[in-house]
Write a protein that binds this ligand. Structure first.
Ligand code: FES
Length: 156
């Protein structure tokens, strides 16, 4: 496979920022996620060449944290909370409505690249349940009837 020098250059710049140490891995991956919008396979392989961390460990960290994605995400990340408080107040209905309206399944990205739909464990604001977060904004006490309008606002 032909190496992408642009990807390597960007990864190298990020690594230089934090140092090629094991303890810098999460900070490096955060910046890579920000730079590429996800963690491309070739970028992770190159990262393994320049930091003192086994590739298996890099993948372990990259797949453990919800902030990281191995596939391209849409412009807006739609996170539906499925924690206990949200679950008992209708999270499943919200997810079903979002899947229907966005015409994707949880974990997928819309064809226009606008939205990626994901489920998360708890967004830390259980008293506002049920909640979803879009592009970092919390939508509280949500009902499925509000979803079309909310999505329209982000599309504009
Ligand atoms: S359970 Fe949904 S915010 Fe905590």
């Amino acid at each position: 496979m032909k190496k992408d020098k642009t990807v390597e250059k960007q990864v190298k710049e990020i690594v230089d920022r934090y140092g090629a140490e094991k303890s810098s891995l999460i900070a490096i991956l955060q910046d890579m996620q920000g730079a590429f919008g996800y963690l491309p396979k070739d970028a992770l392989i190159f990262l393994n060449e320049v930091v003192d961390v086994p590739l298996a460990r890099i993948y372990e960290v990259a797949t453990f944290y919800n902030a990281f994605s191995l596939t391209p995400r849409g412009k807006y990340l739609v996170e539906v909370c499925a924690g206990t408080a949200c679950h008992v107040t209708g999270a499943l209905t919200l997810m079903e409505r979002l899947e229907r309206d966005l015409e994707i399944r949880c974990g997928e990205t819309t064809g226009d690249g606008m939205f990626t739909l994901e489920q998360v464990r708890c967004l830390g604001c259980c008293s506002l349940a049920p909640v979803m977060r879009i592009g970092g904004n919390i939508h509280a006490y949500l009902t499925q009837d509000e979803i079309p309008k909310i999505l329209r606002n982000y599309r504009q």
